[in-house]
Design a protein around this ligand. Sequence first.
Ligand SMILES: Nc1nc2c(ncn2[C@@H]2O[C@H](COP(=O)(O)OP(=O)(O)OP(=O)(O)O)[C@@H](O)[C@H]2O)c(=O)[nH]1
Ligand SMILES: [Mg+2]
Length: 325
Amino acid sequence: MSVQWFPGHMNKARREIEQVMTQVDLVIEVLDARIPDSSQNPMLTTLRGDVPVLRLLNKKDLADSSRVTLWLEHWQEADQITAYPFSTTDKSDLAKLSSWVQKLVPHRGSAEKPIRAMIAGIPNVGKSSLMNALLGKRVAKVGNEPAVTKAQQKLRVNDGFQILDTPGILWPKIENPDASYRLAVTGAVRDTAIDYEDVALVGLKFFIADYTDAIIARYKLKKAPVDAFETLEIIGSKRGALRAGGKIDMHKAAEVFLADVRSGAFGPYVMETPEMVASEWVKVEEVKAAKEAARQARLKAAIPQRQQQQNVDYRNQRDARDSEE
Ligand SMILES: Nc1nc2c(ncn2[C@@H]2O[C@H](COP(=O)(O)OP(=O)(O)OP(=O)(O)O)[C@@H](O)[C@H]2O)c(=O)[nH]1
Ligand SMILES: [Mg+2]
């Protein structure tokens, strides 16, 4: 199972990004520092082509900095992409942005040739917040839910720097199911498009394994949690998520847990490491190969069956002819 969300407006937004890509000098790809890999949109990488990119690992205030560093080192080794931990509320990060941008596009930056930067990324990562912070006023609507921005908006930061805010986009098929759940946990997927309980259980399983102490502290657990379902029941009972008759309301319990994850109530965290993502991709490829092998086997089996059916049809026709004669 996996989570997929690609509503019509995203397809339109994708086409509009494609249309203006030839008129931009640089893409500022805003990522969620809590999911550095899963928040990269492969469709955007394709659309960008050779246009330089600056990656901002935004919401660094919510992220576990030691794991963020692992990703920065990994990218430096892998593809030399410039990336920085970032927060739209950190004044010193904002002050450094124009020098980071200038380094990537040294031939532009004057009033005649301003740097034209496109802010792009998946939903709810803080693209419009970045636009507002750079402008020093509220020019774009922001909100803690995906798909707040529906249309592009171009504004001038100063004489040498123009920015374009774009709607957040996902892609039609997220191949790694684990990544799709992480996108749902952190809030990049509309809540109405997910099975709350499923998403909470996947998230909780991760926190139990990687940030056990944070879970114990937040919910004042008496013993170390082991099973996600059991723990979600405990969370539900502690937070009054009960149905008539005292049964636990698991949907409500999931709401409590996901609200805590998204607001940073467990302290800083990052849900993936380069090693973990690499092993997930091995699994994805194995599943793909197994599906393909099964399809081939079905095809092979279907040929003799079709042949047998043709023989039966032929014999029936012959018998029918014989009995007429
Ligand atoms: N903790 C934290 N929250 C942030 C930061 N930057 C933005 N946010 C919050 O993230 C949420 C989403 O912000 P938006 O700017 O609307 O995100 P967006 O990428 O424009 O979203 P869409 O337009 O829906 O694609 C809001 O609640 C912001 O306040 C940050 O650096 N740290
Ligand atoms: Mg926006």
